[in-house]
Structures are given as C-alpha cells and as structure tokens.
Design a protein around this ligand. Structure first.
Ligand code: GLU
Length: 285
C-alpha cells in the first residue's frame, strides 16, 4: 500500500516592517496548498541585521496567528544558522566556483557606464566580472589588507559544472533554468555569510520543504536557486509562484506602495474572516 507523501511548504517573511495584505495573501496561499495533506512552516528571513527588527518579528507572528494560521513551532530563524551558510560557501569555494569581489557599487557603475551597452538582468545591469580576473597574488593581498568584499558565483563555471537544469512550477509546468540572467550573483559578503539566494536554497533543503509557494516577483530568483541546489546537492522542491495581488488603485501591494498593513485593517475593525474573504480564502484553514 502506498501513501501520498505529505507536502511541506513555508511562509518566509523578512521582519523589516509590518505585514500587509500581499503578505497575508502569500501566507494564506501557502497554508491552503497543504491544508489537507501537509505541513506549514514559518521561516524568519532575518539575515540583513541592519533592516530586520525583533519587534517586527513579534508583530508578524501575532498577525499570522490573528489571521488563524498555524505553523510548526519553533520557526527557523536564519540569524541562528549562519554556520549552515558558511559551510555551503566553503563547499563552493573548495570547487573554485566563487571569488571575492572588492568593487564598490560606484566602481561597478562607472565600469558599466564605460562599456556603452551592458547586459541587464532581473536586478539591473550585470556585474562586468572585473574581480573575476584578479591574479591570485592580488586577491591575497587585498584580503590580507582587510578590504571589504562580496563573494560572487562564477556563473559560467557553475553552469558548466551542472549542465542544463529544470524545475517544476505548478503554474508554468517544466521550466528550463536560466541562471545566467543574473550574471555573477553575490552569494555572501565579508560580514554576512549568505545572500538571500544562498540562504533560501540551503533553508528550503534543511527544512525539508517540498513545495515553495511565493510571489511571482521571486520567479526569476528560482533560476539561481535551482543552480545552487545542483551545485550543493540540495533537494529541488516543486514551486508555485502566485500572482501578486493589486490594491484598489490597481497598484501591486507592497510596502513602498503603502499597502494597508494587517494591523491597520484590524484596528479599523476588520475581522480575520473579512481579510480572508477579501483575498479569496474564505473558510477555515
Ligand atoms: N523573504 C522573502 C520576502 O519576504 C521571501 C523569500 C521566499 O519566499 O523565498 O520577500
């Protein structure tokens, strides 16, 4: 007799502000995906210590509980797992797939301006690869001098190491991975052992996530996550990138478009059921 494998999904907010309706949609979407057969996890993405605040973490858990969501305790807090990310970086370094980049933002922009036409990726112009060509001696000297640096993935070597990759998206079917669109993406910095891309790939694996539900805005990032999974021997979950919901003015709901926070809606008298109905998730779960 065979039993269906339970789905494991997660909601992974960064505690940099109060949750708004867009977050509520994403959390409800993920929770609904596993309602009858699966586990719903919470991950606090607090690697960026400068922008994350404990009070926002407390607030987001209160808001999710108020909405009626239940997640497995305790949540995974990225700031408590820096060693996991360091270990992953160490493995990439051992295979010579990453290199330190000492360029400042200003230097990168100047270099790009001098190039005339520079290829662009989802986050803007691609890094021109300046530090990829530094000699071993020069690298060593700059590291010894204590210069700040970012660790970049040598995307060409990485792709050559894995060959073609794909993943399954519930909305789009089989997607061929195209990680080169990000160029030599940053995976860590001198004082931060992981970028978003690295931490998410490692965490989804370690948390046993089998279905990643998240907004369409993160769809391009999955190209890089798929590559990191292959390089690091991590499991590849299924994905479901959901459409982003728009406010009454048609604008995408986000912090910068002043989407209403769950807190303000609640203070204005909205009930959890009102929010669920407004977002199309009526009923328990
Ligand atoms: N922490 C990310 C965000 O708040 C979400 C990451 C993910 O779901 O992969 O946008």
């Amino acid at each position: 007799m065979s039993f269906p494998t339970p789905l494991v999904t997660r909601f992974a907010p960064s505690p940099t502000g109060l949750l708004h309706l867009g977050h509520a949609y994403s959390a409800l979407f993920a929770s609904a995906a596993v309602r009858s057969n699966g586990r719903f996890l919470l991950r606090i993405e607090d690697i960026d210590r400068g922008r994350c605040r404990p009070e926002f973490e407390t607030a987001l858990m209160e808001d999710l509980a108020w909405l009626g969501l239940e997640w497995e305790r305790p949540p995974r807090r990225q700031s408590e797992h820096m060693d996991d990310y360091r270990e992953a970086i160490g493995r990439l370094a051992a295979r010579d797939l990453i290199y330190p980049c000492f360029c400042t933002r200003k230097e990168i922009l100047a270099e790009i301006a001098g190039m005339g036409s520079a290829p662009h990726g989802p986050d803007g112009p691609l890094y021109p690869g300046t530090c990829r060509h530094l000699s071993g001696e020069r690298r060593r000297r700059r590291l010894e001098e204590g210069d700040p640096f970012a660790l970049r993935l040598d995307i060409r070597r990485a792709i050559a190491a894995t060959g073609p990759l794909s993943w399954t998206d519930r909305g789009r079917g089989t997607v061929e991975a195209a990680p080169h669109i990000f160029g030599d993406v940053v995976l860590a910095r001198k004082d931060t052992p992981a970028s978003y891309h690295l931490a998410v790939s490692v965490d989804d694996h370690l948390q046993g996530v089998t279905l990643v539900c998240r907004g369409e805005d993160l769809f391009p990032s999955t190209h890089v996550h798929r590559l990191l999974q292959a390089l690091l021997g991590l499991d590849t979950p299924e994905y479901h990138h959901h459409p982003l919901i728009a406010g009454e003015d048609g604008q995408r709901l986000a912090k910068r478009t002043h989407a209403p926070t769950l807190r303000s809606l609640r203070e204005g008298g909205a009930t959890p059921e009102d929010i669920r109905r407004r977002l199309g998730f009526s009923g328990p779960g």
